[in-house]
Write a protein that binds this ligand. Structure first.
Ligand code: 9MR
Ligand code: ZN
Length: 564
């Protein structure tokens, strides 16, 4: 029988639960003797420990996504800092975990630093990259896919994922998550990331995002449109990035990419203004030109991979949500009437207004308006967004309560990159918590309701618990964090660098109910419950890849938990 805990740990004053696959009594034990190297794994000596709590597990019944009958061990009352584990009547033990007010600090730092390892077009040196060094990569000029005689210098940016492509919508979304995390919870970003810019007086999360933004600034054409992506024709083999000498192409402008571009550039111009006026001006100018392109092209301009190309497609069937986000950010940035009208117009479309993934970015519009500009948007737009956010948050609370693992996911939600769904829902819950809590009046003109805010916060926290070990496969889905952290991300440098452990701080894509990579299909028997459709194997690109935009929402939620 298993006992699943948040392997990274729990905050002293917050709710703490572990999930068990058998009922009855449970005990919480404090490990009173640490090993000399401070390790918190199972090699700690037993014997030097004391029972600090006993309780009866609560029967939660059958959990549909995992097929497990589960029981909750609630030990919220244990608040003293230290190392603990949970034990059941049969003597089964959970992994060891910490309780402490700083348990998520290093996690947040490493998940943010992970982006540094994705830097393209520069050398990763020992000083900043430790063992994970490599020489400059992808230094050649790119050519337009549709006109090979046009050559452009577009070096830089972050490799998107386990592949070496760079794509505008994923970039905009990742930067969006991170800039909002900083904007809303600046006090959570005090730590150095040990990157080349550290110590320049600008928070490192902004230094790191600037690396991506400088590249994005190069990705705009003369009319203001954003190239959909910059990749080779085919994905590289498993080689180090500097060995990938294939020709890179700029693929045609799409309305989705251009709207995401306008939105993220406008947002960035606000965030960087207090640090660097001229950079903020460049960002705003890019946003304005991209928005101009959108106005000139009111129709949907999609993107489909040319037949011979197998790199990421990131296609979308609808660009209203991207245009909505762009209008919202431009409204917040300028306060101009025009954008208020555009916002209103796009709000009449059938959109979720609650999602933060690359296909549906409409949640960002809510985030922008409700945390910054409720007084700039019209009252009915604010109401519309506020109601959408709270209705979805209430739905997610219900879904999470029904789940034995406390995760706001139903069986059909375990798609490719399901951890992104978990984390984006975590973000929505954070937003709901902010706009109902004490900050409500200041942020969005609403009435404070602290008890509702607390429920949303607890549910957001439960999403992190799931990510960090309270799940049916007993993994922490963040490399290097937790006693049983996954170790084999699908990531080209990790596979090729000859270093045993992956870089710390990478979020895995996570379980996928219909895996479509060879190893995943072979190892996961048909009929496996969705939450268990996971293998920690480097070949499993549909289960265990990493991406910039799976880390970024995790940074957002963690920064919220780390706020003071
Ligand atoms: O996350 C994407 C998933 O929803 C798609 O089904 C899949 C196939 O098109 O692509 C995934 O995105 C990958 C992208 O194409 C390339 N970079 C890595 C992304 C994560 O696996
Ligand atoms: Zn590169």
């Amino acid at each position: 029988m298993a006992i699943y805990c948040n392997q990274v740990g729990y905050l002293p004053e917050k709710r703490k639960t572990a999930v068990m696959t058998s009922g009855g009594l449970f005990q919480v034990l404090k490990v009173t003797q640490e090993t000399t190297d401070g390790k918190t794994d199972d090699t700690l000596k037993t014997g030097a420990e004391q029972v600090v709590m006993e309780g009866n597990a609560q029967d939660l019944g059958m959990d549909e996504s995992s097929g497990d009958h589960v029981y909750a061990a609630d030990f919220s009352g244990v608040a003293q800092e230290g190392i603990y584990y949970v034990r059941n009547e049969a003597g089964d033990k959970s992994h060891q975990f910490r309780i402490g007010s700083d348990v998520y600090r290093k996690l947040q730092r490493d998940m943010t630093k992970a982006l540094y390892y994705q830097r393209c077009g520069c050398e990763l040196t020992k000083e900043y990259a430790g063992a994970y060094t490599h020489p400059c990569c992808h230094m050649g000029d790119a050519v337009l896919w549709e006109n090979r005689s046009v050559v452009k210098e577009v070096k830089g940016g972050w490799h998107d994922a386990g592949d070496y492509g760079r794509y505008i919508s994923p970039a905009a979304v990742a930067v969006g998550h991170l800039l909002y995390a900083y904007h809303l919870f600046p006090e959570s970003f005090g730590e150095s990331l040990d990157i080349p810019e550290s110590g320049n007086g600008i928070p490192d999360v902004l230094n790191e995002c600037r690396y991506e933004l400088e590249w994005m600034l190069k990705m705009q054409d003369d009319e203001g449109g954003a190239y959909h992506k910059l990749t080779s024709e085919r994905h590289a083999d498993f080689i180090m990035p500097q060995e990938d000498t294939a020709q890179f192409y700029l693929f045609p402008v799409s309305s989705m990419a251009t709207a995401d571009y306008a939105a993220s550039m406008a947002l960035a111009s606000r965030v960087y203004r207090q640090f660097d006026e001229s950079f903020a001006d460049r960002l705003f100018d890019a946003a304005l030109r991209a928005y101009g392109w959108l106005e000139k092209h009111p129709e949907y301009v999609g993107f489909k991979n040319p037949e011979s190309c197998n790199t990421g497609e990131y296609d979308d069937v609808c660009d209203f949500d991207e245009r909505l986000w762009a209008a919202a950010e431009m409204l917040v940035t300028t306060g101009e009437q025009k954008y208020q009208e555009h916002l209103k117009e796009y709000l009449t479309k059938n959109l979720s207004k609650t999602d933060f993934g690359w296909t549906d970015v409409s949640g960002f519009a809510a985030l922008a308006v409700l945390t910054d500009a409720f007084h700039k948007a019209s009252a009915d737009s604010v109401m519309n967004l506020r109601q959408s956010v709270l209705a979805e948050a209430d739905r997610l609370v219900t879904v999470a309560e029904k789940s034995g693992y406390g995760v706001a996911m139903e069986p059909e939600d375990y798609v490719w990159g399901s951890n992104m769904v978990v984390l984006n829902r975590g973000m929505l819950l954070v937003l709901a918590s902010l706009i109902t809590g004490q900050d409500a009046a200041e942020l969005s003109g609403g009435k404070p309701s602290d008890s509702k805010a607390k429920t949303y916060e607890e549910t957001a926290l439960a999403q992190m618990n799931y990510l960090l070990g309270v799940n049916a496969v007993d993994y922490s889905y963040v490399t290097g964090h937790g006693a049983n952290a996954y170790r084999h991300p699908h990531n080209r440098p990790t596979e090729c660098d000859g270093i045993e452990l992956p870089m710390p701080g990478w979020v895995s894509g996570g379980p996928f109910k219909t895996p479509c990579d060879e190893v995943g299909m072979e190892k996961i028997p048909a009929g496996t419950p969705p939450m268990k459709c996971y293998v920690d194997h480097a070949a499993c690109y549909s289960l265990n890849e990493i991406t910039i935009y799976w880390n970024s929402p995790a940074v957002f939620v963690t920064a919220f938990l780390n706020r003071r």
